[in-house]
Design a protein around this ligand. Structure first.
Ligand SMILES: [Zn+2]
Ligand SMILES: [Zn+2]
Length: 69
């Protein structure tokens, strides 16, 4: 509840999370609760559009990561 500032991705004044990877303050839309990282880091890890978190993998099966290695 002490977090204050703007979302680093969309600039909304309603940040609820801090990225565990880069430290960005981000809103709920731009935070991956499963990994505890922001959507920009998800993009860097998985590829995709940081402005479209719904397209970064939520529709993908969990096993898809296996085939990247
Ligand atoms: Zn945001
Ligand atoms: Zn991040």
């Amino acid at each position: 509840m002490s977090v204050s500032g703007l979302c680093e991705v969309c600039q909304r004044p309603a940040v609820d999370h801090t990225c565990d990877r880069c430290g960005n303050l981000v809103c709920d839309r731009h935070f991956d609760a499963r990994r505890e990282i922001c959507s920009e880091c998800v993009t860097q890890i998985e590829g995709g559009d940081p402005a479209d978190p719904t397209g970064t993998g939520d529709d993908m099966p969990d096993g898809v990561d296996i085939y990247r290695f």
